[in-house]
Design a binder for this molecule. Structure first.
Ligand SMILES: [Zn+2]
Length: 425
């Protein structure tokens, strides 16, 4: 029998408000800072912080700590605690949450810690890395035996009945998300057009990098919004100078989920390459980059563009952004073959579309199926508005509906007035 599986790695779906309200129903004095840390630290590791909170509800009896662990230990998952032993203590809420997220990360992923993260989980090295990618895999590992031995003859039997340590966590999580609707706010994607204003970037054959990056960024935005109903913001949408730190700060302040910086290369080479911050290739940031890079290269290779590879660099916008970030170097402005492509608006549009498609895929967005409205339907109606024969914008959404007699009469009267030179209403 197949046992359903829920990955530990993934984006949180429950909001801070939903989590806090759920816990406070049972424990009114719950400190929401704990839930906030689960979401923040979880996002950093690509671990489901919202489900990890459910694990802590299970471990701490709704953060009321009736067992061996005391609240001041900031140990929300009984790390190191076994029958009478109080377990590990952590100096801050953040450290306690980080230890738990790191321990989950150890079980669910073979990758190194995200860049710049210090190890605080005292039991990290005891885990066979990546051995338990799903919450259902934690029975017999995080919790031993992780099922009721008086009820089930084996772990397998408990798994098939859906009554193990991991199932208890998932049941609590289901309760959490059932109490309030999970907000359907889509993750924010920030598109960063490199250079701008007094900073032209590289140049060649009469082209300026700052103009090409802006053209691409606007087209990528259109693709993501029109094709995927994505939530997109730009660090600049006109020819203005924006400092590198300001670009990162904008994205950080907006709470962005992904940062995509668009540049054109120069300096004697040819082709396409992508960059992530050093040390992040193996993690969530690297996984996203692989999807974006491969989607773009699939298109560019048909144009005989060289794939220069997936690289790492300590660029400011990659270093200072708090979320996953990628920087794309789209062809060389000082290479004849590349410039012939960059100067072709059709190629630029296609390139922007595949960048958008890759980013959407990396963010798990599905294409929006949009009804295609033929131009001949909109042309005539647009003309009616242009001439003032139709004024209420509501009609624009009713292209296929019949017009009531009074509306037809108004249009005819306005047309008569227009033709007889009497423009007054
Ligand atoms: Zn550049």
């Amino acid at each position: 029998m197949a046992v359903s599986q829920h990955p530990i790695i993934g984006n949180s779906l429950a909001s801070l408000d939903v989590i806090t309200a759920f816990i406070r129903k049972v424990n009114p004095s719950f400190n929401p800072e704990i839930a906030r840390q689960f979401l923040t630290v979880g996002a950093k590791y690509g671990v489901r912080g919202d489900v990890a909170v459910a694990q802590s509800i299970h471990e701490t009896d709704w953060f009321r700590f009736g067992g061996d662990v005391k609240p001041e230990q900031n140990n929300f998952a009984g790390i190191g605690a076994t029958g009478g032993v109080p377990g590990n203590s952590f100096p801050t809420i953040k450290d306690g949450v980080t230890a738990q997220i790191q321990h989950l990360f150890a079980y669910a992923s073979p990758n190194p810690l995200p860049a710049g993260e210090a190890l605080v989980d005292p039991r990290f090295a005891l885990v066979a890395r990546g051995i338990a990618p799903n919450w259902e895999d934690l029975a017999g590992r995080w919790a031993v035996p992780g099922y009721d031995r008086s009820k089930y003859a084996s772990l397998q039997a408990a798994l098939e009945a859906g009554e193990t340590y991991g199932h208890s966590i998932l049941k609590l999580y289901d309760g959490m998300t059932a109490t309030a609707p999970v907000p359907t706010v889509k993750p924010l994607i920030v598109i960063d057009a490199g250079h701008g204003g007094t900073d032209s970037g590289a140049s060649g054959s009469g082209l300026l990098e700052k103009n090409l990056t802006l053209t691409l960024a606007l087209l990528v935005r259109d693709r993501l919004v029109n094709g995927y109903a994505a939530n997109v913001k730009l660090t600049r949408s006109t020819d203005v100078f924006v400092a590198l730190s300001d670009r990162a700060n904008l994205a950080n302040g907006w709470g962005a989920a992904y940062f995509v910086s668009i540049h054109i290369n120069a300096g004697g080479g040819e082709g396409f390459e992508s960059y992530v911050y050093p040390g992040t290739s193996g993690g969530v940031t690297g996984q996203k980059r692989t999807i974006v890079h491969d989607t773009i290269v699939k298109y560019l290779s048909a144009l005989k563009v060289v794939d220069r590879g997936k690289k790492e660099a300590d660029f400011a916008v990659l270093r200072e952004t708090g979320m996953s970030a990628v920087l794309l170097e789209n062809l060389f402005i000082d290479n004849a073959a590349d410039v012939s492509l960059l100067g072709d608006s059709g190629v630029l549009t296609n390139l922007a579309n595949v960048i958008g498609d890759g980013v959407a895929k990396a963010m798990g967005l599905n294409p929006e199926i949009q009804p295609v409205i033929p131009a001949w339907k909109t042309e005539g109606v647009d003309w009616l508005y242009e001439k003032g024969l139709l004024t209420d914008p509501a009609w624009k959404d009713k292209l296929d509906e019949p017009l009531p007699l009074w509306a037809e009469a108004v249009i005819l009267k306005r047309l008569y007035d227009l033709l007889s030179g009497d423009g007054t209403d």
